[in-house]
Design a protein around this ligand. Structure first.
Ligand code: ASP
Length: 429
């Protein structure tokens, strides 16, 4: 059976298991919940374990293969254009949907009055207190890490990527025999890392089961339906906007800019998308994204090693869209009417902060508090959305990953790669 079917079945079983067991049920004193947590964490650890060597070797090998600095500049320029354009489109969709559905106002009344906020507010405001625009600036500062080993140890992807880019670029300029020796070494590391990724992917159905069962058990059916009564429309707005971006905009880009069949790309990316959904982390999904884009979609390592690792932290369409919808929802929920200019500022802030957001679960919440603080909106409004964040996080992460993968396809095609998603190409993974 194909991997994505296995993962999908695991997902459904996880929902049933999570609902049936809840947090408390046990067997001979062993709580099912603890088993879910254990399995899920084991899988996440395995994915995180390979990220540093995989990203470093993939970028070095890919960049060394680019050759001239002109080709490098062109690839970089196209990639940044793609990131900016798609993120801007996604935020705009979010803005239109949230204005059309106005989820923050129900029966002519701001939602805040309907919701009982008091319990969560203080703990959440404590978490976000003192955050500001400087956090965003710091992200850019971290791009040039003072200590590359520490950056790798802390999972600071941007710094690691920057260093690897430099390494790959200058490696091909040091002359023989070093250039060749180094290339052989890093190409070997890369091949080994791909094998390990494939090996870990085989456990994806089990890992996904643990991750999702845990989330379902945490939430529980009755609490979920209670929340949906008030937050249902917010939920719907986010899902609708994400769906428009993923199932209307992206296919159009794939079809008309890249000239490929979008359906083939969904099929190629299925295992990575399901894993993104289950882990709610673009970074943890990166190994699978690379594997699917290269092996299934047929994008060269030269392109994907540049577009994907960078995209997993910089290009976050789903996250930017969510930030915009959430900030607008909170404004509506507090009965605030934002002018066109203020809404435009939210769009820009969502665009910029999404670049700095890390590819880890719930990372958007910090960015949203920055936007709220900057706009003078009540920061404790974050408590409104905090309770339903996880499920939406899973959805927006899948969109983040999908947009990165489409970027690799578009740029690969623009770079003249004919084999990408060709009709006679089998889906391997
Ligand atoms: N979880 C998202 C990701 O990893 C980031 C976020 O929106 O919170 O892509």
């Amino acid at each position: 059976m194909k991997l994505h079917w296995q993962i999908l079945i695991a997902l459904l079983l996880a929902v049933l298991a999570g609902l049936a067991s809840g947090v408390e049920a046990d067997l001979f004193g062993l709580r099912f919940y603890d088993v879910y947590v254990f399995i899920g964490n084991l899988f996440l650890n395995a994915l995180k374990m390979i990220i540093v060597p995989l990203v470093v070797s993939s970028i070095i090998v890919g960049i060394a293969g680019i050759g001239s600095s002109r080709a490098f500049g062109r690839l970089g320029g196209r990639t940044l254009m793609y990131y900016l354009a798609t993120t801007f489109i996604s935020v705009t969709i979010g803005l239109l949907v949230v204005n059309a559905l106005t989820p923050g106002i129900q029966d002519g009344q701001p939602v805040k009055d309907v919701l009982n906020l008091s319990a969560d507010v203080s703990s959440i405001t404590a978490k976000v207190e003192g955050r500001g625009v400087s956090d965003v600036v710091e992200v850019f500062l971290r791009m040039v890490p003072p200590n590359i080993v520490a950056a790798a140890a802390d999972g600071q992807m941007l710094g690691l990527i920057f260093f690897s880019l430099l390494f790959g670029f200058f490696m091909s300029r040091v002359g023989e025999p070093h250039a060749e020796n180094l290339y052989g070494f890093w190409a070997g590391v890369y091949e080994v890392m791909l094998r390990i990724t494939l090996f870990i992917m085989r456990f994806a159905p089990i890992g996904v089961f643990g991750l999702v069962a845990r989330v379902v058990a945490d939430t529980g059916a009755s609490r979920f339906f209670d929340l949906m009564e008030v937050l249902g429309l917010f939920f719907l707005s986010v899902i609708l906007a994400l769906a428009i971006h993923m199932f209307v905009v992206m296919p159009l880009i794939l079809r008309y800019v890249a000239g490929v069949n979008p359906l083939r790309h969904y099929r190629a990316m299925a295992p990575a998308l399901l894993t993104a959904f289950s882990t709610a982390s673009s970074s943890a999904t990166l190994p699978l994204t690379l594997e699917c884009v290269e092996k299934n979609a047929g994008v060269s390592n030269r392109t994907s090693s540049f577009v994907l690792p960078l995209g997993s932290t910089v290009n976050m369409d789903g996250t930017a869209l969510y930030e915009c919808v959430a900030a607008m929802f909170i404004a509506q929920a507090y009965g605030l009417d934002l002018s066109f200019t203020q809404q435009f500022v939210i769009v820009l802030l969502a665009l910029v902060t999404s670049i700095g957001v890390a590819g880890v679960p719930a990372a958007s919440l910090l960015a949203i508090t920055i936007i709220l603080g900057y706009m003078g909106l009540p920061v404790e409004g974050i408590a409104l959305i905090y309770v339903v964040d996880r499920l939406l996080d899973m959805c927006r992460t899948a969109v983040n990953v999908f947009s990165d993968s489409c970027g690799a396809v578009v740029i690969g095609r623009l770079e003249g790669e004919e084999a990408i998603l060709a009709e006679d190409r089998p889906n391997i993974v």
